[in-house]
Design a protein around this ligand. Structure first.
Ligand code: SOE
Length: 383
């Protein structure tokens, strides 16, 4: 198979995750890295023998040898860079949220289709092996009809008013923070696993810190815990710390979820519980290799990840034998493996979240923002 040449734009927390994931794929070479902070980019790539490291991503887009690009910049730049990349004929893997508005996302979906280019939006959390097992259990009818879907996505890294990150600034991160950043992962997983669509919702959002102290110098995502009080400037905040959503999935299924970036002790807890007419199942990202299955008439089960015991449809998402933990990094590897396989196999069906899934999440997000503003229920259009 042809060796695919790719590039990564942005070298923050998630750019490094992409770099690690792509380096684990045999058919792909990382040929270039771009970051406006060239020193950070050089530090990251030192020792990796990546031929091009530049502050200007456009020089990479102009290079005909590059087949694909990864967009790992702050959210507000996703739309314009993805548009330029597609127009330059590159396949695109873009971090979520795909854009900051529904209209932008629609334009990207249409452009990618017109150009016939592969497009991926990074809802990687679908690809934990036990999440795929849960999906396959539901497809096999083991849960029965789904009645209730509930959960949370809770983090604590923005609990204090001294906690800062570019996502807090709506001009850089977009008008929504908590719901766009982590609520979108939860809804993507809920729809992916249940096969149902959120049809209407009612949301309540809250900004606990309407003023935060921004560090005088740029810091890495999650690295805010290391600074002292003297290092800050006060800034007004217009993005939410928390959201609660109740929702309907069609005529019968009902659900609720909270997303929070101010929940002490919860580091990255995406938890989802699905209650069906035959059985229930619950999964927690902080214990990703376990799946709880609940029964009415017999004892409950705690399943441990073991490829030999997974549903056949879930097996290819586990690369290691039972007892060998697979985690967050592995989900991105699984996603990009399928993205690059599709580039090497024109005409094949994509087995990863595409721009249309990014558009879906922006549609749900818009409904959440409208609902919060109007204090009422909002219908979520089907795509
Ligand atoms: C920060 O909240 C963040 O890094 C998100 O941007 C990711 O998508 C999520 O996986 C972990 O938390």
């Amino acid at each position: 198979m042809k060796q695919i040449k790719t590039a990564i734009f942005g070298t923050g927390f998630i750019g490094r995750v992409h770099l690690d994931a792509v380096r684990r794929l045999e058919s792909v070479d990382i040929a270039a890295i771009a970051d406006t902070n060239i020193e950070v980019a050089k530090r990251l790539t030192a020792g990796f023998s990546i031929p091009t490291v530049t502050a200007d991503y456009r020089t990479i887009l102009n290079d005909p040898a590059i087949d694909a690009v990864h967009i790992c910049t702050p959210n507000a730049q996703h739309f314009s860079i993805a548009k330029e990349a597609l127009n330059a004929g590159k396949h695109v893997a873009c971090e979520k949220p795909l854009a900051t508005t529904v209209e932008e996302a629609q334009e990207l979906v249409a452009l990618a289709a017109r150009k016939g280019l592969r497009n991926c939006v990074c809802h990687n959390l679908r690809y934990y092996p036990m999440v795929q097992h849960l999906r396959a259990m539901r497809e096999a009818g083991e849960l029965g009809e789904i009645l209730v879907v509930q959960g949370t996505y809770s983090q604590d890294w923005l609990l204090y008013d001294t906690d800062w990150n570019w996502r807090i600034d709506s001009k850089v991160g977009g008008v929504s923070r908590c719901m766009a950043d982590i609520g979108s992962h939860w809804f993507d997983m809920a729809e992916h696993v249940t096969g149902l669509r959120v049809s209407s919702l009612c949301a309540d959002l809250q900004t606990f810190h309407t003023v935060r102290k921004e560090p005088k110098h740029a810091i890495e995502t999650f690295a805010n815990k290391l600074l002292g009080p003297e290092d800050y400037i006060e800034r007004p905040v217009d993005t939410e710390d928390f959201g609660a959503v109740i929702f309907r999935m069609g005529t019968r299924a009902r659900g609720s979820v909270t997303a929070s970036q101010v929940s002490a002790g919860r580091k990255n807890r995406l938890s989802i519980e699905i209650y069906g007419t035959k059985a229930s199942a619950a999964w927690d990202q902080e214990r990703p290799n376990e799946l709880w299955v609940g029964h009415r008439e017999t004892g409950n089960q705690l399943l441990l990840k073991d490829p030999a015991l997974l549903q056949p449809a879930a097996r290819s998402y586990a690369d290691l034998p039972g007892g060998h933990t697979e985690g967050y990094d592995d989900t991105t590897k699984q996603m990009f493996r399928r993205f690059y396989a599709s580039i090497g196999a024109p005409g094949s069906s994509p087995e990863y979240p595409q721009f249309v899934d990014g558009l879906r999440q922006l549609t749900i997000l818009k409904a959440e923002l409208d609902s919060h503003r109007t204090r009422g229920w909002i219908d979520v259009p089907a795509l």
